[in-house]
Design a binder for this molecule. Structure first.
Ligand SMILES: [Zn+2]
Length: 287
């Protein structure tokens, strides 16, 4: 599943590519992939793309009309843009659809633009979705989400306050979208390692000093990964131009179980928390 740095990398590329293109036609090949499309279709056609924004891992394609498009790639979604000369760009789950003829058997939605270019939404497992809420209702879509990790208004006090009420380990706390968005499994393990906090420590036991360094670490690591185009792991993600992201080379603990800690040489441990693998060093992260 793409994490926030991957989705942000896709956003930056699509923002350059799609801006100002005018939608000529939309073909929905699988109803489930574009929820409530028929209601919205007349209002979306002939709209221009104004910009591509992002909230959590949801892309928001801002249109010139009454509605915007929201896209969640989930596990296997891809957005592949093909210009009128057949040049491709995009991002999401890597699969043969990158190079195969489009539309392919996993193509769920096709946006056709006035200039002859097209945007394909492919989704093998059909967990991803597109919606087109009215602009005034877009905020409502995010009502259950905490602030994004890269939100400049996110504070240590907010996190400490949210942690007070939670009986969960800090690793699960920072991955909870209702608390903060954008700290996926890889970045949670990496941030806790850098700050020396044990992932099993209860969220409400985290001191102000620890929360301060943890927030800094999460923001720094995620910003760095975004600059590198995200992380490729298990072939789950390819970058916008079909190239892998660069962050996987920088991983300190994630995916390194039974290998030596770069700081102290202890073998990295792997445990399960909330069904997800957690990687940590039992020496460097005692507390
Ligand atoms: Zn260590």
């Amino acid at each position: 599943m793409p994490e926030l740095p991957e989705v942000e990398s896709i956003r930056r590329k699509l923002n350059q590519i799609l801006s100002n293109r005018q939608i000529k036609n939309i073909e929905v090949r699988r109803d489930k992939s574009f929820l409530a499309f028929p209601t919205a279709s007349a209002e979306i056609l002939n709209n221009k793309v104004v910009e591509v924004k992002r909230r959590a891992k949801i892309l928001q394609i801002v249109l010139s009309g009454q509605r915007d498009l929201l896209v969640h790639l989930k596990m296997t979604g891809q957005l592949i843009f093909v210009d009128k000369d057949g040049q491709r760009a995009g991002g999401g789950h890597p699969s043969a659809d990158w190079i195969n003829e489009l539309p392919g058997k996993h193509t769920r939605v096709i946006f056709e633009f006035k200039d002859g270019s097209r945007l394909f939404f492919n989704d093998m497992r059909v967990f991803g979705w597109i919606r087109s809420p009215l602009k005034k209702d877009v905020d409502q879509e995010f009502v259950n989400y905490g602030p994004d990790i890269d939100d400049p208004n996110l504070t240590v006090d907010y996190l400490l306050n949210a942690a007070k009420r939670r009986q969960i380990p800090i690793k699960q706390f920072i991955m909870d979208n209702a608390v903060i968005c954008g700290v996926g499994n890889i970045y949670a393990s990496e941030s806790l390692f850098v700050t020396g906090i044990n992932p099993t420590k209860s969220a409400k036991e985290i001191s102000k000093k620890e929360m301060t360094v943890l927030l800094e670490a999460m923001q720094k690591i995620i910003a760095h990964s975004t600059q590198l185009g995200g992380t490729t792991f298990d072939g789950k993600y390819v970058g916008v131009d079909g190239f892998a992201g660069g962050f996987q080379k920088e991983l300190k603990v994630y995916g390194r179980d039974e290998q030596s800690c770069f700081k102290c040489g202890t073998l990295i441990s792997k445990i399960k928390q909330g069904g997800r693998g957690t990687f940590f060093c039992s020496t460097c992260q005692k507390n």
